[in-house]
Write a protein that binds this ligand. Structure first.
Ligand SMILES: O=C(O)CCC(=O)C(=O)O
Ligand SMILES: [Fe+2]
Length: 450
């Protein structure tokens, strides 16, 4: 282990010693600096390999020997592997610590671009189109060389939807391009009584996004992001489940394994003769656009986020609009929860079934930690076992599409609205409204919390 590795490990331990939001900035900075050191060391080692190659060639015999060795493991390959590891070190810093500390972010971005450019130059020789991660990524003619999908003309949005396709009985109203003032009035309840407005779907608001077209092409997403970039994904069908975990994988691996070939995982059930289930991977609730600014060019923050919602108890607007990417295969489930902000959830690609409950329904929704609402006799039953109350205080225990009404009888009386959000739709989810979301197809949404 190198000194840089040891420092990174120590920094990671310190990051994990605190809840995410309470990590002292000194440890974020420590982790960032350690990661930068590691990336530089890997970068230098890559170039060291290059230099050695040149320096070693002294005689024709040497050259021959060198060529023989090259057939097995080329210096070029080693160099690329080191550079990919250097990019991974940079991504760890961006994802885990936000590249904290003055000037560090720009430096990390510069390193990534530089390493990507070197890898790309090399990989052009090997005709590997996945390497084309340069800023000017254009749509290439889809051809047999589409290494990510392995399929020609694979376009998202054309696949059959995942069953069951819910019957929408209480649809959410749709409005085509309201003015900012109209939207503001709706949110703030400018009308009689001043009650804040409920959910609405705005159509026409993201038609100009390049993402609407570009993100139907998995190869293009992969090349734009950069195939070797690490992204955080959630594994497990929903975060309220025991087996749920998070990990960092390359964009290429995420697309290949979790979107194209949704990986089979063996469950305990299966070893006892039960059915195999797909392991669902979800790139969820991550500001992918801060980490990979090239993807930020494919979207636009809607002006509707700038309206300045009225004060409500418990509402603290963020300093800046908070962006999150939600990219995954069909079958991702976000259990019913609330967030501390107003939200515009923009659907760039694919479809999602969404159900919303107003704050007044909260007593019928059995949120974690609200033991008094548990079924009689269940009182106090393992909040920890069900995921720990403190983390999940904003999450409902009810399995929305298949509720256990014996355990959660009041849920049957809770009123809701629902929709199948499709490409181009933007759903306004008001502050404190409960939302449950299941993807019916491969889907890429972007949420804007304001
Ligand atoms: O799309 C999803 O899976 C969840 C989105 C969500 O919860 C949000 O935008 O706040
Ligand atoms: Fe949410």
């Amino acid at each position: 282990m190198t000194l840089a590795d040891a420092l990174v490990d120590y920094g990671r331990e310190m990051l994990h010693a605190y809840p995410y939001k309470e990590v002292p900035s000194c440890w974020r900075e420590f982790y960032t600096d350690a990661g930068i050191l590691k990336a530089l060391a890997l970068g230098f080692s890559a170039f060291g390999k290059q230099d050695k190659e040149t320096a070693n060639i002294t005689s024709p015999q040497d050259q021959e020997q060198e060529q023989e060795q090259d057939k097995l493991v080329t210096t070029d390959m080693l160099e690329k592997e080191s550079l990919k590891l250097a990019i991974a070190a940079c991504d760890n810093v961006l994802v885990m610590a936000g590249a904290s500390g003055r000037g560090r972010r720009d430096f990390v971005f510069e390193m990534i671009s530089y390493f990507e450019a070197v890898i790309e130059e090399g990989q052009e020789l090997t005709e590997d189109p996945a390497a084309h991660s340069a800023p000017s990524v254009k749509r290439q003619k889809t051809s047999a060389t589409s290494i990510v999908t392995g399929a020609e003309n694979f376009k998202l949005g054309e696949e059959p939807l995942q069953e069951p396709i819910p019957d929408v009985r209480y649809p959410i109203a749709r409005v085509h391009l309201p003015t900012i003032e109209e939207f503001q009035q709706h949110v703030n309840g400018g009308g009689e009584g001043g009650t804040p407005g409920g959910p609405i779907i705005i159509t026409g608001g993201i038609d100009h996004w390049p993402a609407r077209d570009r993100w139907t092409d998995l190869d293009l997403i992969c090349r734009t992001a950069g195939p070797d970039r690490l992204v955080p994904i959630e594994i497990g069908s929903q975060y309220t489940e025991e087996q749920w975990t998070q990990k960092l994988v390359t964009m290429r691996e995420f697309i290949q394994t979790y979107i194209l070939h949704q990986k089979h995982s063996r469950t305990n059930n299966e070893s006892k003769g039960g059915k195999a289930v797909m392991e669902v991977g979800y790139l969820a609730q991550h500001d992918l656009f801060a980490q990979i600014p090239r993807l930020r060019r494919d979207i636009d923050i809607p002006d509707y986020c700038m309206i300045g919602p009225n004060d409500q108890e418990g509402y603290n607007p963020p300093d800046d609009v908070l962006l999150n990417a939600w990219f995954g295969p069909r079958g991702t489930v976000s259990p019913m929860h609330t967030d501390p902000y107003h939200n515009l959830l923009a659907q760039a690609v694919g479809r999602k079934y969404i159900r919303l409950y107003a704050p007044k329904e909260t007593p019928k929704l059995y949120c974690f930690g609200d033991e008094s609402r548990n079924e009689e006799g269940q009182e106090g039953e393992g909040q920890e076992g069900e995921g720990g109350s403190s983390m999940l205080g904003n999450t409902s225990q009810v399995n929305v599409e298949e509720p256990d009404l014996k355990r959660h009888p009041l849920f049957a009386e809770a009123e809701y609205v629902e929709t199948i959000l499709g490409p181009g739709d933007m759903l306004y989810i008001p502050f404190q409204w409960w939302h449950y979301i299941r993807s019916l197809s491969t889907s890429f949404s972007v949420s804007f919390w304001f």
